[in-house]
Design a protein around this ligand. Sequence first.
Ligand code: NDP
Length: 293
Amino acid sequence: MTATVIDGKAFAAKVRGLVGEQVAMLKADHGITPGLSVVLVGDDPASQVYVKSKGKMTVEVGMKSVEHRMDADVSETDLLAMVQSLNVDPTIHGILVQLPLPEHLNSDLVINSIDPAKDVDGFHISNVGLLGTGQKAMVPCTPLGSLMMLRDQLGSLSGLNAVIIGRSNIVGKPMAQLLLGDSCTVTIAHSRTKDLADVVRRADIVVAAVGRAQMVPGDWIKPGATVIDVGINRIDKPEGGTRLVGDVDYDSCAAVAGAITPVPGGVGPMTIACLLANTVTACCRANNLAEPE
Ligand code: NDP
């Protein structure tokens, strides 16, 4: 069997197209421009790349994009004051504080200082609680994008066995909540899981969010399973230079799976598309307008 390749790049372009139409409608019908503000602390190169690409796509769909850069040694007080100023800014509907933050800053405190209604990353404790109890929440972008691809590929997910490898607050745990919400039987595996290969072999859906290059081999995959590879890892190429790979060994998994997301071009583009979609949702909610489906 050769797996269907789930084209996250094309899917994300479609989502961004819809977001662009919604933004145009908000402007034309209500005179409102959704605004997304990203706060970047320090000069981590990967974070800079993400923030730049988020800003570019925000503008492309017609939204207002504001970037705030703060020095790596910024005080917690100053960062909290920045978040507070965005909380009360009526032209800003989405706030994202780029993680990871430098060690001297308390990430939980900073994230929980964001107005939950503007928390387009969905990391605020209120949104985590809302999602966990099946209420209307801001849903974290990477798991949301992964869920959209799974639904598109499989239709109903009800009753399927889903195994998520990784239990982080930003990917693994919210992914589990979303799949539970779609009536999957969910297992969350992590570094202490015994017999991981056997656990993964039972899965109709595998979501790998580990951060270890090519860790999952094809012989862990049940024939026909759907594999969502969240991992982004940079490895050396034999001929020199580097390349990006996921957490699954793509070639051996694609030979067994029914469908698989590539890296790059799978989950990554969907994450940014969902961030833009969440910003439109936040804008609609803030203005008591019907929110997009
Ligand atoms: P974290 O480091 O926060 O979590 C990794 C998880 O993997 C932990 O729960 C850890 O277990 C588990 N783990 C580590 N080693 C093993 C192992 N040998 N076997 C089983 N489980 C293991 O990572 P994130 O969730 O933040 O990110 C995961 C990956 O996804 C990274 O590659 C990251 O770059 C990528 N990512 C991609 C995004 C995208 O847009 N495509 C967005 C966000 C992340 P334990 O808890 O026991 O330590």
